[in-house]
Design a binder for this molecule. Structure first.
Ligand code: FAD
Length: 459
C-alpha cells in the first residue's frame, strides 16, 4: 500500500450513521486505520439527522429480526462501555389495534420470532388484576423484559394505557425496543475512527476510476483532490444509486420522502413513560364536509380523503421531566427525487395529529393549533422494493455497498457496519449476511418469499 497522505486502505463515501458504522467496525474489529470518510456535509447531518431514533427487533421475517436483534446487542455493548452516552432506553413498542383477535398479527409475530415464538410471546387473556404482564414504568434497558406481551384483556389495556381510546381491543408490546441517540452513536464512532488515525475529507465524490486501487475524484469548495483507495464503500444514503453509477452499476432502490413533527406537549396529552406507540389500524381522516370538498378538488391532496393504511406513531422525546413529543406516519408511497427541493407537505402536521388523536384522543387539542416552536421535518427512506438493506460486495471487485436502510438505519447501523467490515476483510460474519447483499437477487425463490410477505415492516 502506498503511504502517501491521500492513499488509504478503505474510502467510505458518506459519513451518516451507516458510513460511520462501517469505518468504526473496520477500526474496532479489524484494526484497519487508514480510512478516509468522504462527505461534503457535516457528519450525521443528512438523513441521519432526521431519524426518529427508535429501535425494535419486531419484523415479519426472522432474518430481519436477527439483523436488528444483533444490532441492538452491539448498541448495548456501546451503551455499556460509554456509560450510556447513546441514551439507550427500552420501553418497547406498543402496537394497538381495535381488533379483538388479530390472528394475522400474531401469526406475523411467530414468523418473525421463528423458533423463539413459544418462549418469547406471552398472551395475556382475561388475567385481570393478577396478570403477570410488566408494564414499561422504567426506561432502563438493562432490566427490561425480552419477548412480546400480547394484551387481549381490555381491562388490562385500560389500566396500563389510560390515555388510549376505549375501543382498543389488543396491544402487542414488543419489549426489545426503545430509543437511542443516533447522533451520539455517530459521534462516538467518529471519535473512535479519528483517534485510530482515520480521516474525514470534506467533498463530494464525483468520479471513481473503476479498477482497484480506485482513484476517487473529490470536488470540494477549496480545491479538487484525488484519493486512492484499495477498497471503496458506497454509504451515500439517498445518493446511493448515484454513487453506484460512478462505478457503472445499477442498484434497485428508490427514495421515498417521509415526515415527522415534534412539539412541546403543554397539555400533557402523552404520558412521559409511554412506550413508542403505533396505531396499526388504517383510517379515513375525519375532515369536515367543507375540508373534504376542498381536499377532494386538489389532485395532490385528494388521497387524504380516502382510506390510509395504519402505522401512525407517537412517543415522548427526551427526559422524563421534559415535554417534547414526536409523531410520524410513513404513509407516502411515491418515489421522490433527493436532488430536488424537500417536498415537505404543509398539510402533514394536521394529518398526523388528526390520525394520532384516534388512538390518543387528548392529542386532538393540537389539531390546527400546533404549539409555537413545533418542528416539521423529514427525509428520504432509501429503499428496495422488499424493504431489505443492501450490504456487501458489488460486481466491481473491491467495491462494497452499505445502504437502502429505509426507516431502520439508526437501529441497524451497528450490524450493517460490522457485516460490511467483515465482508471487506473477507472474514466470517453473520450467518444471514448473504441475504442482505445483492446475492439475494440471484435466488428467485427467496425473492418470491419476500415479495409475498403481507407486511414489509415499513414504519
Ligand atoms: C423521517 C425519518 C425517520 C426515521 N426514523 C428512524 C427511526 O426511528 N429508527 C431508525 O432506525 N431509522 C430511522 N430512519 C432511517 C434512518 O434515519 C436512515 O436509514 C439512516 O439515517 C441512513 O443513514 P445513511 O448513513 O445511509 O444516510 P445519510 O445519513 O443520508 O448519510 C449519507 C451521506 O452520504 C453523503 N454523500 C452522498 N453522496 C455523496 C458523494 N457523492 N460523495 C460524498 N458523500 C456523499 C451525504 O452527504 C450524506 O451525509 C428514519 C428516516 C427518516 C427520513
Amino acid at each position: 500500500m502506498n503511504p502517501s497522505g491521500d492513499d488509504v486502505d478503505v474510502a467510505v463515501i458518506g459519513a451518516g450513521n451507516i458510513g460511520l458504522a462501517v469505518a468504526y467496525y473496520l477500526v474496532r474489529k479489524h484494526g484497519v486505520s487508514r480510512i478516509a470518510l468522504v462527505d461534503p456535509r457535516d457528519p450525521m447531518s443528512f438523513t441521519s439527522a432526521q431519524s426518529g431514533e427508535n429501535y425494535r427487533n419486531w419484523w415479519p421475517h426472522p432474518v430481519m429480526t436477527a439483523f436488528t436483534d444483533d444490532s441492538i446487542g452491539l448498541m448495548e455493548e456501546i451503551a455499556r462501555e460509554s456509560g450510556n452516552r447513546i441514551a439507550m432506553t427500552r420501553r418497547g413498542y406498543a402496537l394497538a389495534t381495535r381488533r379483538d383477535d388479530p390472528a394475522d398479527l400474531i401469526e406475523d409475530l411467530y414468523r418473525g420470532y421463528a423458533g423463539q415464538g413459544e418462549k418469547s410471546i406471552r398472551v395475556h387473556k382475561g388475567a385481570g388484576p393478577h396478570s403477570t404482564y410488566r408494564p414499561a414504568f422504567s426506561a432502563a434497558w438493562e432490566d427490561a423484559p425480552e419477548g412480546v406481551d400480547v394484551l387481549c384483556d381490555r381491562a388490562l389495556i385500560r389500566r396500563t394505557f389510560p390515555t388510549f381510546a376505549e375501543d382498543v381491543g389488543t396491544v402487542l408490546h414488543i419489549r426489545r425496543a426503545g430509543s437511542i441517540s443516533g447522533q451520539q452513536l455517530g459521534q462516538y464512532m467518529l471519535e473512535a475512527v479519528r483517534s485510530a488515525g482515520g480521516r474525514l475529507i470534506r467533498g463530494e465524490v464525483v468520479g471513481i476510476e473503476k479498477v482497484a486501487p480506485f482513484v476517487l475524484s473529490i470536488a470540494a469548495p477549496d480545491a479538487a483532490r484525488q484519493v486512492r483507495a484499495d477498497r471503496v464503500v458506497n454509504a451515500a444514503g439517498p445518493f446511493f444509486a448515484d454513487v453506484a453509477r460512478l462505478l457503472g452499476e445499477d442498484l434497485p432502490v428508490r427514495c421515498v420522502y417521509q415526515q415527522k413533527i415534534s412539539f412541546e406537549d403543554h397539555e400533557g396529552a402523552v404520558p412521559r413513560n409511554l412506550p413508542f406507540t403505533i396505531d396499526l389500524d388504517g383510517q379515513v381522516l375525519d375532515w369536515t364536509e367543507e375540508e373534504r370538498a376542498i381536499l377532494a378538488e386538489d389532485p395532490a391532496a385528494a388521497r387524504l380523503t380516502q382510506f390510509i393504511a395504519g402505522g401512525i406513531h407517537c412517543r415522548p422525546d427526551g427526559a422524563e421531566g421534559g415535554k417534547w413529543i414526536k409523531l410520524g406516519w410513513a404513509f407516502n408511497e411515491h418515489a421522490g427525487d433527493p436532488h430536488g427541493p424537500e417536498p415537505a407537505d404543509d398539510h402533514f402536521p394536521d394529518i398526523v395529529l388528526r390520525a394520532a388523536s384516534r388512538l390518543q384522543p387528548a392529542l386532538r387539542a393540537y389539531v390546527g393549533r400546533l404549539p409555537r416552536g413545533a418542528r416539521h421535518y423529514g427525509g428520504y427512506y432509501t429503499m428496495t422494493k422488499e424493504n431489505w438493506p443492501l450490504i456487501g460486495p458489488t460486481a466491481t471487485p473491491g467495491a462494497f455497498v452499505a445502504g437502502a436502510l429505509s426507516g431502520f438505519g439508526t437501529m441497524a447501523a451497528c450490524t450493517t457496519g460490522l457485516i460490511c467490515a467483515d465482508r471487506i476483510m473477507e472474514t466470517d460474519t453473520a450467518p444471514y449476511a448473504s441475504r442482505l447483499g445483492l446475492e439475494r437477487y440471484r435466488d428467485p425463490a427467496f425473492m418470491a418469499e419476500l415479495t409475498g410477505l403481507q407486511s414489509k415492516g415499513v414504519l
